[in-house]
Design a protein around this ligand. Structure first.
Ligand code: HEM
Length: 522
C-alpha cells in the first residue's frame, strides 16, 4: 500500500504492459535475449520509461541525458547502488571498491585512482604487448586448420592474463591450459552463474546477513545440503586464499603494520603495487586496512575480466562481419607503424584515428554492460532534456522521484538514442567518429567518461578501469591484425546477456571465427 501511494507520482509514466503479475517486466529486462525488448522500450516511450517490477514495485528506466547527468553526477549521492548488490559483493569479495558506498567508497577510490593515470597505463604497455604477442603466436599456430577458432575462450584468457599481470602483478599462465586451469580464475569465471542459480533466494541476502556471527552462518551453510551454496563457499575461499597469497608474495611477508614491503613494490606498475604504495604513504585516517587491500584484488579481476573479454570478442566479431573495415584498419595500423619507425608505442596508439573510431563505435553500439541499477535514497526530482508525454498525453519536463524508487540506467538506449545520435544510431558506422559529431551529441550533457557514451558510465562510480580497457582494445587490435585476419564461420553466433553481453553458439559460450594469416605475411 505504501508503495502504491509513494509511486503515485510516476504511475502515469508510460511503459510496456506487465508480462507477469509478480515479476512485471523484470524478466524481460534481464533476459539473455533481451535485445528486442530494449529496442522496443527505448523507441516507444522517450527517455524515461516505467518498468513493472516485483510485486508492483515499479522501476524507472532512464536514458534521457539530463536525467542521467543528475543521477550520476549532480545528485550522485541520492542515487545509490542497491543494498542487496553491495551486500552480495561483500560476501563474495570482501570490502572492496564494488562493495562500499559514500565516504568509505571515496577513500578506496582515491587510493586506487593513481593506478589508472595515463602515465601508469603507459608503463603497463610493455606487459600488455608481451601478453598479446604470446596469444598471437598461439593463434598463428591455428591458421593451418580450416576449423574455426573459439575466439571467446582466447579473449577470456587474454583478459585474465592482462588483469593478472598488470592488475595484480601475478601470472595466471592461462594460455598454457586448454581450460581456465587456475582455480582462482575458474572461481571468478563461474561465480556469477552459480550465484544466479540461487535465483529468488538471493533476495534473502539482507536478512541472512543479519543472522548470528559469520562463523555461525558458515556452519549453517556447511550443513545445508545445497550444492550451489557449497560451490559458492569454496569459490569465495579460493579467491580469498589466492589474494592473500599474492599479497604475501608481493610483499615477501613483510607484516602489514610495517608498511607493505616498500622495496618489493618499488618501481612496479601493476595496480596493486601502486595501491600499496599509495596506501603506505596515506595519512592514518585515509589508509586502508589489510582486509580491504585484499578485497580489491578479486573485485578488480571480477570487474575487469568478462567486460574486457566481451569487448575484445565483440571487436573481432564486428571486424569479421565488416571485412572492408578490417582491411581499412589494417592499412591504417600499417601506415602508423611505418610512420613511427616500425613499432608502435603507447602514445602512437592514440594517433590512429580509424582505430579510435572502430573502438568507439563498437563500444557505442555494443556496450558489454547493458544496464546498471540505482535506488533513490531520498525524495528528489529528475529534470529531462526532452519532455515525455504521460498516459494522459500530458507533457512532463521533470519526474518526481520518491525515496525508495528503483532506477535502471539503460546504457544501450543512451548510446543508441536516435534523438541524439541521428537516424543511423543503430548502425555500426565508425566513420561517424572521423567527422564532427552532431550538435545533438556534443550539446547534450551525456555524463559518460568515454566520448559522450555511457558504456563505462560516468561520475564518481564510473568505470575506474576505462583506460586499462581502452589500452587492451587498441593494443589487441594493432598486434593481432598485423599478421592475422578474422572472418565469420558457418556457425550462427547469438549474443546473449549474462550480466555482460557474450557470444554463444547453441546456447554455449563460444565465438567461432576463421583465422588466417594476412596475404603479405604468408
Ligand atoms: C570494456 C571493458 C569494461 C566495461 C564496458 C566496463 C564497464 C563498467 C561499468 C558500466 C561500470 C559501472 C557499474 C555500476 O555502477 O554498476 C564499471 C565499474 C567498474 N569497473 Fe569497469 N568496465 C570495463 C573494464 C574494466 C577494467 C579493465 C577494470 C579494472 C582494471 C574495471 C574496473 C571497474 C571497477 C573497479 C568498477 C567499480 C567502480 C566504482 O564503483 O567506483 N572495469 N565498469
Amino acid at each position: 500500500i505504501k508503495r502504491r501511494f509513494s509511486q503515485g507520482t510516476f504511475r502515469n509514466i508510460r511503459g510496456p504492459s506487465k508480462q507477469s503479475w509478480w515479476s512485471g517486466n523484470l524478466q524481460q529486462l534481464i533476459d539473455p535475449d533481451c535485445w528486442a525488448f530494449h529496442d522496443r522500450v527505448t523507441q516507444d516511450y522517450g527517455g524515461v520509461v516505467k518498468i513493472h517490477g516485483l510485486f508492483g514495485h515499479d522501476h524507472l528506466l532512464i536514458f534521457d541525458p539530463l536525467a542521467l547527468y543528475y543521477m550520476l553526477i549532480r545528485e550522485q549521492s541520492v542515487y545509490q547502488e542497491y543494498n542487496i548488490f553491495l551486500q552480495i559483493n561483500r560476501l563474495l569479495f570482501g570490502m572492496g571498491i564494488i562493495s562500499t558506498r559514500g565516504e568509505h567508497h571515496r577513500k578506496q577510490r582515491k587510493l586506487l585512482n593513481p593506478a589508472f593515470s595515463t602515465s601508469n597505463i603507459r608503463a603497463m604497455f610493455p606487459a600488455f604487448r608481451e601478453t598479446i604477442l604470446q596469444l598471437r603466436r598461439i593463434l598463428e599456430s591455428h591458421v593451418h586448420d580450416s576449423h574455426p577458432v573459439d575466439i571467446q575462450a582466447f579473449m577470456t584468457r587474454l583478459s585474465l592474463e592482462l588483469i593478472g599481470k598488470s592488475g595484480l602483478g601475478y601470472q595466471f599462465n592461462s594460455f598454457d591450459d586448454s581450460s581456465l586451469g587456475d582455480p582462482y580464475a575458474r572461481s571468478i569465471k563461474n561465480l556469477l552463474p552459480t550465484v544466479f542459480s540461487l535465483s529468488i533466494f538471493l533476495l534473502l541476502t539482507p536478512v541472512v546477513c543479519n543472522i548470528g556471527t559469520a562463523e555461525f552462518r558458515r556452519t549453517v551453510i556447511n550443513v545445508i545440503p545445497w550444492p550451489a551454496l557449497h560451490e559458492i563457499r569454496d569459490m569465495v575461499d579460493t579467491m580469498q586464499a589466492t589474494s592473500v597469497k599474492i599479497l604475501a608474495a608481493k610483499t615477501r611477508d613483510i607484516p602489514f603494520a610495517d608498511g607493505f614491503g616498500e622495496e618489493q613494490i618499488k618501481g612496479r606498475s601493476d595496480v596493486m603495487s601502486i595501491l600499496l604504495r599509495a596506501n603506505n604513504s596515506a595519512s592514518e585516517s585515509e589508509r586502508l586496512p589489510e582486509s580491504e587491500i585484499v578485497a580489491q584484488m578479486s573485485s578488480l579481476v571480477f570487474a575487469a575480466m568478462d567486460t574486457t573479454s566481451g569487448a575484445l570478442s565483440r571487436l573481432l566479431f564486428v571486424l569479421a562481419e565488416h571485412p572492408e573495415a578490417q582491411c581499412k584498419l589494417r592499412v591504417a595500423i600499417a601506415e602508423a607503424r611505418q610512420a613511427n619507425g616500425g613499432e608502435l608505442n603507447f602514445d602512437d596508439l592514440a594517433s590512429i584515428p580509424f582505430l579510435d573510431a572502430v573502438c568507439r563505435e563498437t563500444m557505442r553500439l555494443y556496450p558489454p554492460v547493458n544496464v546498471v541499477h540505482r535506488t533513490a535514497i531520498s525524495d528528489t526530482v529528475l529534470p529531462l532534456m526532452s519532455p515525455i508525454s504521460d498516459v494522459n498525453a500530458k507533457e512532463l519536463t521533470q519526474i518526481v522521484v520518491p525515496k525508495g524508487t528503483n532506477l535502471v540506467v539503460s546504457i544501450l538506449a543512451a548510446n543508441t538514442n536516435r534523438a541524439i545520435w541521428g537516424e543511423d544510431a543503430t548502425l555500426w558506422r565508425p566513420e561517424r567518429w572521423l567527422q564532427p559529431l552532431p550538435q545533438t551529441v556534443t550539446e547534450s550533457r551525456i555524463p559518460g567518461v568515454y566520448s559522450h557514451l555511457m558504456t563505462f558510465l560516468g561520475g564518481p562510480r564510473g568505470c575506474i578501469g576505462f583506460p586499462f580497457a581502452q589500452l587492451a582494445m587498441k593494443a589487441t587490435l594493432t598486434l593481432l591484425l598485423e599478421t592475422l585476419s578474422f572472418s565469420l564461420s558457418n556457425e550462427q553466433v547469438v549474443w546473449k546477456l549474462h550480466m555482460v553481453a557474450s557470444p554463444t553458439v547453441d546456447g554455449q559460450l563460444r565465438l567461432p571465427l576463421l583465422v588466417s594469416r594476412n596475404i603479405e605475411q604468408v
